[in-house]
Design a protein. Structure first.
Lengths: 332, 391, 97
């Protein structure tokens, strides 16, 4: 039994929205699009982080919408340097705090160090510095806002863009079905570094996310949380569906919610009856070009991956949606 | 009590950093800077320096980690060369824009390609516009002195600019020299604890690194420019204070046997000491030649340079980097620009020497002077000469 | 300085490093100008659960005396609150021109 316990034995007694902390650390007035799932995630993650923390943030949507001179939406001490070096900056902050504390120069309690970046700044251009920071074992938490493309620069593909999605650099066409590679598994990469806490989270499951952030912060050493951030602008979905789509991602097995504590997997949100993947794909314009064979392929692949995860979690299989026979065409 | 030591200059620099009580170091090894960071690493491991030493995974991360360290309020140091400096390039502009007083040693080494581990100034000339204070040293004593002074200059609340100390790789970094080290008490009095003007602090949260619309970008850069040019006075004050304490006085443009000189050689870095030997020999042979050694590169010392060339007829600028396809090699371009508006300005001649670690001896300087003199009569045969190239 | 229009700010008025010393100053920007619709609560069906307040990306919903919730000036009109409301007591209504 690991020392932090399973997610199920949570410390909250009451799950009531109105009893959650009221203080806003990511204030109104930021310039995100209407219905931005990522801004919603930032609002709650920063609430979960609480006062005593320093944030290093990568270039990206959340940085741009919140820090145009002379205004800032951040209540935390916050620094933005460049696109790919957030983890390195966070490593520096964490190290400096250690020596300042030793020398008696810290005035208040030791702040937590949190690094934040989008999927681009995390799994692509930022992967090196993240890997270095995790390997060195700095006491920090990394939060990835995954909206599944380089949204801020105009919806270009990233290694986090899911199979079949339309982006401006993976457009569907006569010779293309859109993104033809699978999403890079950042959680597996983080777990491979042997760090003590890794999790997926979604603002559609607010308490799950809140608790995971607290756990990550309280875990000594590096922690990594991968947050699915619904982007109505890039995903071509209705602005009011951002929370619903996040829920559908979990209920179809596309984005399972789990955590990995000292290398052991635990599912934190169980889905007793899985929904077909098409329920998730249909409301999104970025998948609208997919034909039945691509959708079937996605369904099969999603469930295969989900089963692998369930095996790692030692969890029982839920009721799966009915699938058609696999055809030769699909396995291209 | 100050005491004399004999040691490799890289190690002397580590001692300077140790005596300056640097608190946070993030570095990635690259020849020929390695001895500096290895020795610092060993000092930290033995408790001789109370600092956090972070072994980052690249130079880009080294300077980025230094930003985090300095922004959080620690006295921060790093070192690099050549490709490492080039890899840091994008971030270097941000360090100075954020006004973080990081001190960095650059052990000057040629940039690839082709790959070369040997000394020239191409690496730092690729970083002219980064907005840092930049100083050149030419021997071990200067390497030590300026490393300590760099922290004081950088951390001054009216300056708040990162500072680079350039020392020639191998021909300076790896030589053993006799130097005088001050005692710790003197350094502590000269360089008190670091107190940041701005800091990432939960009691007083700030946002660092906001983006700027076109309406204000120019004004922000103006502020940066004024800080860098305004740093000149503070640099000289710190040099004077050190000079009064140690007897070693430094100038933005050092002059060697320039009285009555009609011809002036101009160098940067430790080839200046080689040129001194040549100047001695030429003076003995009756030639009125002198030497200017440019120490302060950024902010550029306009007044000192103009005053130094006053009365000369020919200034022979010896560059150690090329600006391929450009109008002039880097130092020539700046010197010419600085003296352009002087009435009766001297002629200039340009020689690029010592690329990729090619040895330069006193005879080379004598040949350069002879060639420059000849061309001053007949007019230059080309814009600038790559001295000693075969073929 | 923060009240001056951006294109009149002098370089001397900008903090070194363009650092921002007032946390949360984004509150000075009224994102409500963006919306083309806004939420309306039917109070008789509101159970004061607070879900709407939770799911608003803007912090655009505030609690009133009595424990009910209402939009504030920052609402961008995305409609998530109406979609997620447990009792369905929120409707999105077009802005008047």
């Amino acid at each position: 039994m690991d020392k932090f316990g399973y997610a199920q034995s949570q410390k909250f007694d009451t799950y009531a929205s109105r009893l959650m902390p009221r203080e806003e650390y990511f204030t109104s007035g930021h310039r995100s699009c209407q219905g931005c799932g990522e801004a919603l995630a930032v609002r709650w993650v920063t609430k979960a982080i609480g006062k005593d923390a320093i944030i290093a943030h990568a270039t990206g949507c959340m940085e741009i919408v919140s820090s145009g001179w002379p205004q800032t939406a951040w209540m935390h001490p916050w620094i933005h340097v460049a696109f790919e070096n957030t983890s390195a900056v966070a490593s520096g902050i964490e190290s400096a705090l250690k020596v300042l504390e030793r020398k008696g120069k810290l005035k208040g309690p030791m702040p937590k160090v949190v690094a934040m970046g989008g999927d681009g700044g995390t799994s692509d251009i930022g992967l090196q510095s993240l890997s270095g920071a995790m390997e060195r074992g700095h006491n920090f938490t990394y939060i990835c806002w995954d909206n599944e493309a380089y949204m801020n620069t105009g919806i270009q593909r990233s290694s986090s863009t899911p199979y079949g999605a339309m982006t401006t650099t993976s457009p569907p066409g006569k010779l293309s079905i859109g993104q033809h590679t699978q999403k890079k598994n950042m959680v597996a990469i983080a777990v491979a570094h042997g760090i003590p806490y890794v999790a997926t989270a979604s603002p559609s499951y607010m308490f799950d996310l809140y608790f995971k952030v607290r756990k990550a912060l309280e875990t000594p050493g590096p922690a990594y949380i991968h947050v699915l951030s619904v982007c109505p602008t890039g995903w071509r979905s209705a602005t009011d569906l951002s929370v619903r789509l996040g829920r559908l991602a979990v209920e179809t097995g596309v984005f399972p919610l789990y955590e990995v504590v000292d290398g052991r997997y635990h599912l934190t949100v169980e889905v007793p009856k899985m929904r077909p993947v098409n329920d998730y794909l249909k409301p999104q314009g970025r998948f609208r070009h997919l034909r039945e064979k691509e959708r079937d392929f996605i369904q099969r692949h999603t469930l295969a991956q989900y089963q692998l995860l369930l095996d790692k979690c030692n969890a029982t299989y839920p009721e799966f949606p009915v699938m058609t026979e696999e055809t030769e065409e699909e396995t291209e | 009590m100050a005491h004399r030591v004999g040691m490799e200059v890289s190690i002397a620099i580590s001692h300077a950093v140790q005596m300056s009580k640097a608190e946070a170091i993030a570095a990635y090894p690259i020849t020929p800077q390695t001895h500096i960071v290895e020795h610092l690493s060993s000092m930290v491991a033995n408790g001789e320096l109370d600092a956090e030493f972070v072994n980052v995974e690249s130079e880009h991360s080294a300077i980025s980690t230094c930003i985090g360290m300095s922004a959080a309020g620690a006295r921060t140091y790093t070192a690099t060369s050549s490709q490492g400096l080039a890899l840091m390039n994008e971030v270097l502009y941000i360090v100075s824009a954020l006004r973080l007083p990081i001190v960095m040693t650059v052990a000057n080494r040629a940039l690839s390609g082709p790959l070369s581990i040997w000394n020239d100034h191409s690496d730092i000339m690729g970083a002219r516009d980064i907005g840092w204070i930049q100083i050149f040293v030419e021997n071990g004593q200067e390497s030590f002195d300026h490393s300590v002074m760099a922290f004081k200059i950088a951390e001054n609340h009216k300056v708040l600019l990162p500072t680079i100390i350039n020392l020639d790789g191998f021909i300076l970094s790896h030589v053993v020299e006799a130097m005088e080290f001050p005692d710790q008490e003197m350094v502590d009095k000269f360089l008190p604890d670091y107190h940041p003007s701005y800091q990432l602090d939960t009691e007083k949260p700030v946002t660092m690194g906001a983006f700027a619309m076109p309406e204000v970008y120019t004004e922000v850069k103006m502020g940066h420019q004024m800080a860098l040019t305004g740093a000149y006075d503070h640099i000289l004050k710190v040099w004077k204070e050190w000079g009064d304490l140690t007897g070693r006085h430094y100038q933005p443009v050092e002059k060697y046997k320039t009285e009555g000189a009609k011809i002036l050689l101009l160098t940067m870095g430790c080839l200046g000491e080689v040129a001194e030997v040549a100047v001695d020999e030429m003076r003995e042979a009756g030639l009125e030649v002198g030497l200017l050694k440019l120490r302060l590169w950024r902010p550029f010392p306009f007044a000192d340079l103009r005053e130094a060339v006053d009365g000369a007829e020919l200034v022979i600028v010896c560059d150690r980097a090329l600006s391929l396809g450009g109008a002039a090699p880097p130092v020539l371009a700046e010197v010419r620009s600085a003296i352009y508006d002087i009435a009766n300005r001297p002629q200039t001649a340009s020689f690029v020497i010592g690329l990729g670690g090619r040895d330069v001896d006193p005879q080379a300087f004598k040949n350069i002077v002879a060639q420059a003199q000849a061309e001053a009569q007949t007019g230059p045969t080309q814009e600038y000469h790559i001295f000693g190239v075969r073929g | 300085m923060s009240s001056k229009p951006m294109d009149q700010v002098t370089w001397q008025e900008i903090e070194p490093g363009a650092i921002l010393t007032e946390p949360g100053s984004a509150r000075g920007y009224n994102t409500g100008d963006w919306r083309s619709q806004h939420p309306v609560w039917t109070k008789s069906r509101c159970i004061r659960c607070g879900v709407c307040w939770t799911v608003c990306p803007e912090g655009g919903i505030s609690e009133e005396p009595g424990g009910y919730f209402d939009m504030n000036t920052y609402c961008k009109g995305c409609g998530i609150c109406a979609k997620e409301c447990v009792t369905g007591c929120i409707s999105m209504v077009p802005e008047e021109e």
